[in-house]
Ligand binder design. Structure first.
Ligand code: NAG
Ligand code: NAG
Ligand code: NAG
Length: 541
């Protein structure tokens, strides 16, 4: 397998008593690059999601005082319940368009602080909860093409049954989403509820310790139709249809991993070659227990990851060591099926002013490499991204990085100011050296049915060597170092033929069902020798 961001080597001739050759590892430009896209987005994004038009919804909270961007059309918001600014003419959500690097303000009425969400099948972001007047709110954002004027719509009728603050949502095979736990509830509920009352889930209570550690649980929809739910150090296999715990997994050794301890987690890509039956979960980072109770101590963060095949009946956690300690790191499934760990700090924990040492280097984790050889250290940013920062995969393969606000309100000066800049990290697969391998999707269906054969056409600068990969990535809702609803599938390629002028026709099989890929818009990447195309958005199901 070709990969372009391995450590580079320079060969130096060394003279000693004898003449010998030394090989000197050096860091190499091929470790990725950073670019500031917007110097002032107007808000510090706490929650970020990429729509199927490629635009990006950025969302902060409303009771934070004035932001740096006006509401659309000179509007103002009068909210007698707002703690800070009862007459507010500024926006707390914006839409970013990557093609033009432009920002448009959006209108949020109720408080979205530490809320949750998912895109549903038709591409609408259904966004839930928050604090104060937003605690039980359901909000809808139906995206429009760039240049449109789509905006938030807040439900007045259908709202949450329980207050939800720091909950995690997951899109379900039946098209609804489940809302799991949070600060104000040890239960799960469904949106839309369709008459179903919330289910109490004692696991959520059991995993709460004296500094909480069970907020924003890590939730993954497994191939058997159950949910994997992880909170603090423990995890369960949860049947949300019957409200039963099908299995308790072993405790993950080490530090607590959920808010305020802020590790992160991904389900590694599901593979057609394994009939999508095998799911491995990776949990990385976290904070020293007590860091939240005694924030002035800035205790060292976790340096470990746990990886477990959760579909294996005898699973246990395999522990791996990251190059440095990290909490508040976002974990992103790259189109190449590697994991990027980005943002965060090496001490303290989540909360205002609770960390003092940002980690500026992303790491790449290569799941297919041998244990001990999976991490690479990538190019550092210059901008700390700690509490309330986000990272999202864009359809062009870059990682959009936004937010970071370790203060209760907007504080634009001093140490770790409220961060209004939007940056992109381009992994090494986007460097000029890789362009000779980069596929371009010239034709792909806009929607495919489950299990159907479908055709795409790509062009390549040179003839392909072997079969291209087709990887399907969901568009998650990212907040507090966890990408809610993130999943990736490596599809089966049935046939590949190379035609004239570097044109390659590929016949692939769509995901088998809505358990493997809940109906939604996905980014379809063609990957040639470790270099992804720009994704085509495909509606599945
Ligand atoms: C998409 O689904 C959402 C949630 O069910 C609904 O509120 C919205 O109206 C739908 N949008 C369209 C365009 O059908
Ligand atoms: C699980 O582990 C137990 C004890 O080590 C062993 O007896 C059993 O055969 C294992 N089951 C499977 C399916 O590997
Ligand atoms: C990662 O690279 C940075 C330079 O970009 C360096 O300062 C840091 O020490 C490296 N970390 C590790 C663990 O190699």
């Amino acid at each position: 397998m070709h990969s372009f961001d391995e450590t580079c080597f320079s060969i130096a001739i060394c003279f000693g008593i004898a003449f010998f050759i030394c090989v000197v590892p050096r860091s190499c430009a091929a470790q990725g690059s950073w670019e500031i896209l917007v110097h002032n987005a107007g808000i510090a994004s706490m929650h970020t999601a990429v729509t199927h038009f490629g635009t990006v919804i950025l969302l902060d909270r409303t009771d934070i005082g004035a932001s740096q961007i006006a509401l659309p059309n000179g509007n103002c918001r009068d909210d007698p319940n707002d703690l800070t600014l009862k007459h507010d003419c500024t926006a707390h959500s914006v839409l970013f368009t990557p093609e033009s690097n432009t920002i448009r303000s959006l209108t949020i009425a109720t408080d979205t602080w530490c809320s949750s969400g998912q895109f549903v099948s038709n591409g609408t972001l259904v966004q839930t909860g928050g604090d104060f007047d937003g605690n039980k709110k359901v909000r809808y954002f139906s995206p429009c093409p760039p240049g449109g004027s789509c905006d938030w719509v807040e439900a007045s009728d259908q709202n949450l049954q329980q207050g939800r603050w720091y909950a995690t949502n997951q899109l379900l095979p039946d098209g609804r989403q489940i809302v799991v736990g949070g600060r104000d509830s040890n239960a799960v509920e469904f949106i839309p509820a369709n008459g179903q009352a919330p289910y109490d889930l004692p696991f959520l209570q059991q995993t709460r310790d004296s500094q909480m550690d069970n907020f924003y649980p890590f939730v993954h929809l497994l191939p058997d139709g159950n949910l994997f739910i992880f909170a603090n150090k423990d995890s369960i296999l949860y049947n949300f249809k019957t409200n039963t715990v099908a299995r308790n997994y072993p405790t993950l050794p080490g530090e607590p991993r959920n808010y305020p301890s802020a590790g992160s987690s991904v389900m590694l890509p599901l593979l057609a070659s394994q009939k999508f039956r095998v799911a491995q979960v990776l949990v990385c980072g976290g904070s020293h227990f007590g860091a939240f109770l005694k924030p002035s101590a800035f205790m060292p963060a976790s340096q470990t990851c746990g990886r477990m095949t959760v579909t294996d009946p005898n699973s246990t956690w395999a522990i791996e060591k990251m190059p440095v300690r990290r909490n508040m790191g976002d974990m992103i499934l790259l189109p190449t099926r590697d994991v990027l760990i980005i943002n965060g700090a090496s001490d303290g924990c989540q909360g205002w002013g609770n960390a003092k040492t940002p980690v500026l280097n992303p790491f790449r984790y290569k799941p297919s490499a041998a244990a001990g050889r999976r991490f690479s250290n990538l190019t550092a940013t210059t901008i700390p991204r700690m509490y309330h920062s986000t990272a999202n995969l864009l359809p062009d393969g870059r990682i959009l990085v936004a937010g970071s606000n370790t203060h209760q309100f907007y504080k634009l000066t001093g140490k770790f100011p409220t961060e209004l800049r939007i940056e992109a990290f381009s992994p090494a697969y986007l460097s000029s050296k890789t362009q000779k391998y980069r596929p371009t999707i010239v034709n792909a269906p806009t929607s495919v049915s489950y299990n159907a054969a479908f055709k795409i056409t790509v062009t390549l600068p040179n003839a392909p060597k072997g079969i291209l990969e087709l990887n399907l990535a969901s568009a998650p809702f990212v907040t507090h170092s966890f990408a809610q609803g993130q999943r990736m599938l490596k599809l089966a390629v049935r046939k590949q033929t190379t035609g004239a002028k570097g044109s390659v026709k590929i016949t692939a099989t769509a995901p088998p069902n809505a358990v493997i890929a809940p109906s939604a818009y996905y980014m379809l990447f063609a990957v040639n020798r470790g270099v992804p195309s720009i994704a085509a958005w495909v509606h599945i199901g």
